[in-house]
Write a protein that binds this ligand. Sequence first.
Ligand code: NAI
Length: 506
Amino acid sequence: MQPIFQNTGLVGTGAMGRGIAQMAAQAGSQVWLFDVQPGAALAARDALHATWQTLVTKNKMTAEQMQACVDRLQLASALSDLAPCDLVVEAIVERLDVKQRLFAELEDIVGPEAVLATNTSSLSITAIAAPLKRPAQLAGFHFFNPVPLMRVVEVIAGLKTSAKVCQQLTEFTRRFGHTPVTAQDTPGFIVNHAGRGYGTEALRVVGERVADFATIDRILKDQMGFRLGPFELMDLTALDVSHPVMESIYHQYFEEPRYRPSVITAQRLAGGVVGKKVGEGFYAYDKGVAQVPAEPAVPVVAEMPPVWVSPKAARRAELYQLLKDLGAQIETAAAPSSAALILVAPLGLDVTTLAAVERLDATRTVGIDMMLDDASVKRRVLATNPATRPDMAQAAHALFARDGKAVSVIRDSGGFITQRVVATIVNIAADMCQQGICSPADLDVAVTLGLGYPMGPLAMGDRIGPTNMLEILFNLQTVYGDPRYRPSPWLRRRGALGLSLTHEEA
Ligand code: NAI
């Protein structure tokens, strides 16, 4: 099969450039390596030889395939050596002026049909292409680190990029076995935009002292199946990388409240407490291992009170069954007895609001998060309100831990923790669809592959139910009065009609 691009030039042969060179060679291109730093291209070639050798040792490549790849790699000693290239990808410093200058030089070297691609993760493709004579030939080609393992590539169209250029890059990506997704040129493209919700909302939760960061991490992993909690993730990425991205996207969207960064990370960054790589982040690290604070023990309760469940509780029938299975003494009268533990299960609202609106005795009222079905979660989350009596909180904790499932007790918060974080993620994704940044299918694929979420944000919203998602957001807005929770029109319409979040209008 003919390669999509016969000759691929790589400018900048650092971590990203090497990875992209590897992919291009494996897709059958002749690859030319160029770097301004003397010896860098040679070092990249040696590193690639070693990588292929390892792949052969692991039986992931034959010796013949390796030799073919090795034969395709060449060093360029000057930019003009890239003249035969029909694709040039840059992975140099992340500076607009430097990238613009490079492409202006390149377009006088390569042929008029050659594709110019930038691996920028934060600059505008349209701005990079603006000074060019042929802006239609330039597109974003955004890889993730490490390139061979992160199997998604964003192909980004600037305002003037030709459709053919995007098609070629898309097909090329398929040839080396990665999944291409197509995005319009907007801040953060797909993955870095869709990823805004997880950390920022978790930071708001911790900023309200709803729970400590270790508890928030446990809850999101055990309830929703995230591989890493938001604070573990920020420690791994390091705040010197992630905080500036939060600020940049927020400002690029002209202070859109949905992306508002947190003073917590700004301060930690200023103090150098940036994460695992310095041994100190949200967690302390001992020889690279996070020191996770122990969970509070399950209280021992001598006399368990009877339990009364609010008629407005989410998944009320399931909650009843769960209480039965746990051996609770359930009250079924219209109002709770004076001894009863009172349970509410809000969607989006806080326990305090429900106690007030339903005229319940707040001192005995505790909330449980029933957004997800109990069988699907590895942890139950209970919330107190400022008036809850300690004996009632303890009774609820002990009761819901009876079958050995983990239980976290948090302070009152609109929509608990998982509801808030998931609703924020889903709402941002829905708004990306509303803006037409990408297709719903590409959005879910990009986030699953690029961020490692257990499922795409739209699938997440569908699992919980678009109508429930909408209710949670409306209620969060009521509790917080904050425009960051206003539902995107995409979610609002699909939620109101009970349509899937992946549904596109005809
Ligand atoms: P790196 O620092 O490992 O490599 C950059 C290379 O470019 C160096 O070898 C440097 O000598 C060379 N270089 C700098 N200016 C040059 C110029 N004008 N002409 C030729 N070579 C030049 O950096 P890394 O991590 O490979 O990233 C490179 C680019 O990829 C950046 O633009 C970055 O935004 C983008 N990117 C990086 C990701 C990452 O996780 N590291 C992820 C996605 C995109």
